[in-house]
Design a protein around this ligand. Structure first.
Ligand code: 5AD
Ligand code: FES
Length: 355
């Protein structure tokens, strides 16, 4: 469309999005590309109002335990891809993982996110044992897994052991874009099948995408929004793409904080109850990115609980923040940042409102 729009056109679309939770593709495109100077603050204000109606001023914290950076996959954008011979690999022992969760519990965390590459060392039995032990130590805490694509039987075993949430970003809802970002042995179908399996089993499911990933177009982002509308995940992880020097996309432009914030607000408006993290990648691309994320409608932050000696090895992208802090420092810093936005970190499992 080349015709000029009236000055309030984009704001009008935000109002429509708020009331109808939907727009046409063309309207979504106008919202994503709008360059009115006061547009972003208007969009963020609406998203905040919607979030406050449901979750008030509360910000939920998740203790992220990055327990292995071994990965059998080779996502083209990812710094810990198996074929990156320069990555210094580590895995935490079960004992280390449990002790991270114990420390986290004392610091006020009531959700632990076990995140790792797809590491064959961590068989189903090993994962089940870790979940059981965390739940034994902390029955009132939630366990979230973020360990990639598995078969449904495995997901079921983890669920039966007590894991209640699973994060698996869909990365892009466009098949040919997915194929550009991943090697031939990974498939869009399997990724989507995994998300459906997780949902069928009864997990609270998180999908999500990078913003500004290589070859991404506005049409791809609209497809992501359509997928989110239809799948209705309990959580959506959105962060900017950031190049990693040891990947073929080392020289690509990173995604922008502005577009990431816009998408956070849009997702808040289409799924008012969604749990939406202000991600570390957003804090990496912009020093106050996470605070801006909260102001744009996010209601979750995920400080790192991994032991200090492995922090600087879980590098999916360059210049990652918080790689030198102890867990206690990280949570103190995060709590302060959040309170400056007018919101507050709470000690809570922070379940989706429907649970
Ligand atoms: N930049 C930003 N995010 C990345 N991820 C992986 N590599 C990068 C990168 N270079 C994201 C993916 C993955 C999540 C764990 O981290 O979306 O699902
Ligand atoms: Fe490990 Fe993509 S490189 S899952």
């Amino acid at each position: 469309m080349t015709e000029s729009r009236s000055p309030g056109y984009c704001r009008g679309l935000v109002d429509k999005l708020e009331s109808e939770k939907n727009l046409s593709d063309e309207e979504f495109s106008s919202v994503l590309l709008c360059d009115d100077h006061d547009f972003d603050s208007y969009l963020a204000e609406k998203a905040r109002a919607v979030r406050e109606k449901i979750y008030g001023k509360d910000v939920f914290i998740r203790g992220l335990i990055e327990f292995t950076n071994y990965c059998k996959n080779n996502c083209r954008y990812c710094g810990i891809r198996g074929e990156n011979k320069n990555a210094v690999r580590y895995r935490l022992s079960e004992e280390d993982i449990i002790s991270c969760s114990d420390k986290g519990y004392e610091l006020g965390f009531r959700t632990f996110v076990l995140q790792g590459g797809e590491d064959p060392y961590f068989t189903d039995d090993r994962i089940v044992s870790i979940i059981r032990k965390i739940k034994e130590h902390h029955p009132d805490a939630a366990v979230t897994l973020s360990i990639g694509e598995k078969e449904k039987e495995s997901y079921q075993k983890f669920f039966d052991a007590g894991a209640e949430r699973y994060l698996l970003r869909h990365e892009t809802a466009d098949r040919s874009h997915y194929e550009k970002l991943h090697p031939g042995n990974m498939s869009y179908e399997h990724r989507m099948q995994c998300l459906r399996d997780l949902r069928d089993i009864g997990y609270q499911v998180g999908c999500g995408m990078m913003v500004g990933s290589p070859y991404q177009t506005t049409e791809h982002l609209i497809k992501d929004l359509r997928f989110i509308q239809e799948f209705k995940p309990e959580m959506v992880g959105i962060g900017p793409f950031i190049p990693h020097h040891d990947t073929e996309y080392a020289d690509c432009q990173p995604g922008s904080a502005e577009m990431t914030l816009r998408l956070l607000s849009i997702v808040r408006l289409i799924l008012p109850e969604v749990l939406l993290p202000a991600t570390t990648a957003l804090g990496t691309i912009d020093a106050s990115g996470r605070e801006k994320g909260i102001i744009a409608g996010a209601n979750v932050v995920m400080p790192n609980l991994s032991p200090k000696n492995v922090r600087d090895k879980y590098l999916l992208y360059d210049n990652k923040i918080c790689t030198g802090d102890e867990a206690a420092e990280c949570i103190r810093c995060m709590t302060m940042k959040v309170s400056k936005t007018g919101y507050r970190v709470v000690v809570s499992r922070g379940d989706h409102i429907s649970r």
